[in-house]
Design a protein around this ligand. Structure first.
Ligand code: ZN
Length: 162
């Protein structure tokens, strides 16, 4: 456990110093704003889909370290993926963060499994999930999302709707 905790801290620090794909795409086809009132995280996600593949994705905003690192790693993970594969990653990350998915089990998260540690930190779970929830919103053309109330990623069904 000591090793995974150390890796987690190194990854978070690295992505905070040098967040990948940071900024706003001028030619985005999809975008959404995400807000986590519990912590104060606010992010804007812009992405460009081409032939149903994530051609480019950027995130920008004001957020805590966990949210920023999660967003940075998410952009790396979904870039070049199909919309369906991106949605599957959203589902897997969510399951990982809330403890439904074992980090050592099958899945496509790769290095993102370092976030398995947040399941023991209930107040940070929403910070880690916010970028993914915002990606899900953008892919479904929902302009803004929040971790609270009906849109709470812990309760709202992924791919849900009527
Ligand atoms: Zn946060």
């Amino acid at each position: 456990m000591a090793d995974s905790k150390q890796l987690y801290q190194e990854v978070i620090l690295d992505h905070n110093r040098k967040p990948r794909n940071w900024g706003v795409l001028a030619d985005a086809t999809h975008k959404a704003d995400g807000h986590n009132p519990l912590c104060g995280d606010r992010i804007r996600l812009t992405l460009k889909l081409r032939d149903d593949v994530v051609d480019a994705i950027n995130v920008q905003g004001e957020s805590c370290a966990i949210c920023k690192a999660s967003a940075s790693m998410m952009t790396m993970a979904v870039k070049g993926k199909s919309r369906g594969d991106a949605e599957q990653l959203v589902q897997e990350f969510r399951d990982l963060a809330i403890g439904k998915l074992d980090a050592t089990g099958p899945g496509h998260l790769g290095r993102l499994t370092v976030f398995a540690g947040v399941r023991d930190l209930p107040t940070r779970v929403k910070c880690a999930i916010l970028p993914w929830h915002t990606l899900h919103a953008a892919l479904n053309s929902v302009a803004s999302t929040t971790t609270e109330a009906d849109a709470d990623p812990m309760h709202a069904p992924i791919g849900g709707g009527a």
